[in-house]
Design a protein around this ligand. Structure first.
Ligand code: NAD
Length: 488
């Protein structure tokens, strides 16, 4: 009805500095109520074409600005987002289902910091130079922006992950066409409203909203987009690789994980247990870096399990806008069903579900009965070959198993197709180094989790990705290098 549709939030594409309506729209759900509350443009080839054209048109001006000028604009944009932090945090929580506490303290502050970080780091790069005296030559390298960058991001950390791409891309002098997930588009749209005030020339940042199959693929296949930075699932990355192969595009792929936590009998459990509960269930377990396989040394296995389950049970599930809630709603009904199906499969295989799904009852506030909620779930006695120990579940489910030796646990931790992030818990310095060195994992945290220095490389091995992001890594990805030789 008219009255109903009027109440909906309707997003528009952002192309060449203007908000442009689309001919068709997709419904977007509030995961904590199960209701449609927003309509997102269902963009396709035509919209992508217009956005790429605007980005190409803005490239000569933007790429010829000094790093300092670009830096000032990015800092201004960071200030504007920070000024509206609460509104952004509310919107992210409503759109994604994550708790308001998480979006207030993690998502939006990090989005602000992404701009500040690259606004600063872009000022400090130098290029290489070598002399070849016998030939009378000097060689040096020069770096230039690539052109129009295609940026595609997932739904779990919407503004956080997209700004982690937009910031370095534009800091380096590229112009961009971004496509956030169709399920979480609102905060990106809100950010577009601040671009002009920040002083960003029209066409430097363009956003097309829509599905992966239509809008995403049109961007990947566009001949004038030489570079694609993608964060999402391994399956989609394979498709993107295929579709971009005929154009020889430069790809950065940040993909899924099946991250192990390795807990030795000399670990400080008072630190380890709450941190491992957090690494398993933060953001409903919907972070690529979340722990989902916990290997505990046999001597402390039963004590660990008891204390871990007790701690997991403290996590309160409920309305994401309630600041006392720790676990919000999962992104969609389909995703909730998929996550639940893993718990059922584990049970069918003879594993023990110690708390959560199917074991404890979940009482939800009246307004949230149709939301996509699930209790933090701990499974024990799962076989390493089980799909619960091999596949990315991407929800509040974690498996705990026992191990005996260092050698054995390294092998078991490495025996999955993924290699994104691992944690190692031990007070033995030598062991921590030995194990960290041998894990097939782009990131290893010892005695902590999710402590990041954005300067250093971020990314995965094996099916977890290709390429790295960070101060130097993103700079190298978003620029083209040339070696120049001068004979005097
Ligand atoms: P997804 O692969 O389904 O979608 C990611 C993005 O790609 C979305 O914007 C989607 O619309 C788009 N897309 C889908 N099909 C496409 C196609 N054919 N062509 C172009 N674009 C297409 O992933 P998701 O479900 O949104 O996100 C969850 C996944 O992301 C998990 O696997 C998670 O581990 C991963 N992830 C990885 C990192 C990392 O940094 N390594 C960070 C966060 C999430």
């Amino acid at each position: 009805t008219m009255a109903h549709s009027k109440a909906l939030l309707v997003l528009e594409n952002f192309i060449g500095g203007k908000f442009v309506p689309c001919s068709s729209y997709i419904d977007s759900y509030n995961p904590s109520t199960g209701e449609v509350y927003c309509r997102v443009p269902d963009s396709g080839k035509e919209e992508v074409e217009a956005a790429v054209k605007a980005a190409k048109c803005a490239f000569p001006i933007w790429s010829s600005k000094s790093p300092l000028e670009r830096s000032q604009i990015l800092n201004k944009l960071a200030d504007l987002i920070e000024h509206d932090l609460e509104a952004f945090a509310q919107a992210e929580s409503k759109d994604q289902g994550k708790t308001i506490t998480f979006s207030r303290t993690v998502d939006i502050p990090r989005a602000v910091y992404n701009f500040r970080f690259f606004a600063s780091s872009i000022l400090h790069h130098t290029t290489e130079c070598t002399e070849m005296a016998t030939m009378g030559c000097v060689h040096y390298t020069s770096r230039t922006p690539v052109g129009v960058a295609g940026l595609i991001s997932p739904w779990n950390l919407p503004l956080y992950l997209l700004t982690w791409k937009i910031a370095p891309a534009v800091a380096c002098g590229n112009t961009v066409v971004a496509k956030p997930s169709e399920m979480t588009s609102v905060t990106t749209w809100m950010m577009c409203k601040l671009m002009e005030k920040a002083g960003l020339p029209h066409g430097v940042v363009n956003v097309v909203f829509g599905t992966g199959a239509k809008a995403g693929e049109a961007l990947v296949c566009h001949p004038d987009v030489p570079l694609i930075s993608f964060t999402g699932s391994t399956l989609t990355a394979q498709r993107i690789t295929e579709k971009s192969a005929p154009h020889c595009k430069r790809l950065s792929l940040e993909l899924g994980g099946k991250n192990p936590a390795i807990i030795f009998d000399d670990a400080d459990l008072t630190q380890c247990i709450p941190t491992t509960v957090r690494s398993s269930f933060a953001n409903q377990g919907e972070i690529c870096l979340c722990t989902s396989r916990i290997f505990v040394q046999r001597g402390i296995y039963s004590e660990f399990l008891k204390r871990f389950v007790a701690e997991a049970k403290k996590w309160k599930v409920g309305n994401p806008s309630d600041p006392t809630v720790d676990v919000g709603a999962l992104i969609s009904k389909e995703h909730l069903e998929k996550v639940r199906s893993y718990v059922k499969k584990a049970q069918a295989e003879g594993a023990r579900v110690l708390c959560g799904e199917g074991v404890d009852s979940l009482a939800l506030p009246t307004g949230n009965q149709k939301g996509y909620f699930m209790l933090p779930t701990v499974i024990a006695e799962v076989k390493d070959e089980s799909c619960c120990m091999q596949e990315e579940i991407f929800g509040p489910v974690t498996c705990v198993v026992a191990f005996d030796t260092e050698e054995e646990v390294i092998e078991r931790a490495n025996s999955v197709k993924y290699g994104l992030a691992a944690t190692v818990w031990s007070s033995n310095v030598g062991r921590v180094h030995r194990v960290a060195q041998r894990l097939q994992s782009g990131l290893v945290w010892t005695n902590c989790w999710l402590v990041r220095d954005l300067n250093l490389p971020f990314g995965g091995m094996k099916a977890s990705g290709i390429g790295r992001e960070g101060a130097k890594d993103s700079y190298e990805f978003f620029t083209e290098v040339k070696t120049i030789t001068i004979k005097h």
